[in-house]
Each structure stands twice: as structure tokens, then as C-alpha cells.
Design a protein around this ligand. Structure first.
Ligand SMILES: [Zn+2]
Length: 227
């Protein structure tokens, strides 16, 4: 059964790589019947359609530079004004900076802004990500300790040899987490101060369904409206 939100909400997902945002975002979108907007998809759309914003962004991308905040903000605000967002939406990958968060707040006046923070310690993320084993043939994913294949390094489903993704090493993850903390910690603080942050602990043994229920519950709680 799908639920709808009483007050339209802009739901911001914050959390480190490996914490499960990618698993829950589509599920939440389907459950609440609101679009899941990722900045990656937005960029691809604007570049492909060669919109005015896309052409401006492209100039920076061609030069290997970061697309300035105000271009990204315009893309998001533009998307939020579409009719499918009238009951709310889920934002993934935005805001990335406090400046973006402040802009979002000043431009969204008809919806409540809430942030959901998928919390897991770096140690847990290391364990999860560096233990991951994947199958090239059928895309099955295993874990050395939590979900090992029946036969070592062999896929249960198709008997292919399992491998570890290049990005799933300690060194790569360490860099990703550093960047993540630098970017996201100020945002967590920003939304926490506004009483608009819910922490979802994803490191204990709760099942995915329990975590999902926690998320839904957090969206029902009353929060201060952004004024
Ligand atoms: Zn396989």
C-alpha cells in the first residue's frame, strides 16, 4: 500500500557511500509516490537536451571545472517546479554544500524540508565495502563475512569467478570517506540545528525492512516548518 505525505516534503538523503541510500531511495519514491531526483540524472538530462542550463554547465565540464553552485541550484529548483513534485520529492546528491542548502531553503516555500541521515561508522563501512564480492556474469553481490558464496570465490547462481570491484579497496574508500565528511558533516550540522534532521542508524543488525520503517516513521514526525 502506498502512503502519501500530509504536507509536501522535500526529503534530502545524506549518508556515506555504502550506507544504503541507493537501496532505500527508489523504494521510498515508490512508496510515497513522489519522484526521486538525483543530480547525476539532472545533469545528464540537461546535457542531452542541450538546455540553456545544460550548455552553461557543459562549458565548465569541458574545461574540467566544477559546475558552479548557482547552475546546480537552478537545475534543482527548475525540476522542483514541475507538476510531479507538487506532493514532494526525494533529493539525492543535493545539497552538497551549506550554500546550496541555504539557497534551497530560500527558494522552496511551499514544502517542508527534511534531511534523513544514514548513519554508519567508517569502520563498519570499511568492513562492508571491502568485503564485497561481485559476479561479472549475473551481477550477484556477496560479502566475504556477511553473505559468503557457498564455494569460495565462486558465484552460487552461475558458477563464475567472483571479483572485487576496483573501487572497493581500502585506499579508494578512505579517499571517498574523507571527501564525504568534508562535504556532508556541515550539512548534518545545518539540518540538525533546524530540527530538520533524522538520524537512521544503519550499522546495527536491523533488517532493510526495519530501516525502511524507521525512515517512514521519521517522515511522519512533526518538524518545524522552514521559516
Ligand atoms: Zn553469477
Amino acid at each position: 500500500m502506498n502512503a502519501s505525505l500530509e504536507t509536501p516534503q522535500v526529503i534530502i538523503l545524506l549518508g556515506p557511500p555504502g550506507a544504503g541510500k541507493g537501496t532505500h531511495a527508489p523504494k521510498l519514491s515508490q512508496h510515497l509516490q513522489v519522484p526521486h531526483i538525483s543530480t547525476g540524472d539532472l545533469f545528464r538530462y540537461h546535457l542531452k537536451e542541450k538546455t540553456t542550463l545544460g550548455e552553461i554547465a557543459d562549458k565548465y565540464i569541458q574545461k574540467g571545472e566544477l559546475v558552479p553552485d548557482d547552475i546546480v541550484i537552478d537545475m534543482v529548483i527548475d525540476r522542483l517546479s514541475e507538476s510531479d513534485c507538487k506532493n514532494g520529492c526525494i533529493l539525492d546528491g543535493f545539497p552538497r554544500t551549506t550554500f546550496q542548502a541555504v539557497s534551497l531553503e530560500s527558494k522552496v516555500t511551499d514544502k517542508i524540508i527534511k534531511a534523513i541521515y544514514f548513519k554508519a561508522s567508517d569502520e563498519i563501512l570499511f568492513e562492508r565495502i571491502t568485503g564485497r564480492l561481485c559476479c561479472k556474469e549475473c551481477n550477484a553481490v556477496y560479502h566475504k563475512s556477511f553473505f559468503p558464496p557457498k564455494e569460495q570465490d565462486i558465484c552460487d547462481k552461475c558458477q563464475s569467478t567472483l571479483f572485487q570491484r576496483k573501487d572497493d579497496t581500502k585506499e579508494v574508500l578512505k579517499k571517498r570517506l574523507e571527501v564525504y565528511h568534508l562535504q556532508t558533516d556541515p550539512l548534518i550540522h545545518f539540518y540538525d540545528k533546524k530540527n530538520a534532521l533524522t538520524e537512521i542508524n544503519v550499522e546495527n543488525t536491523n533488517s532493510l525492512e526495519d530501516i525502511f520503517q524507521d525512515i517512514l516513521f521519521s517522515l511522519k514526525e512533526t518538524t518545524l516548518s522552514p521559516s
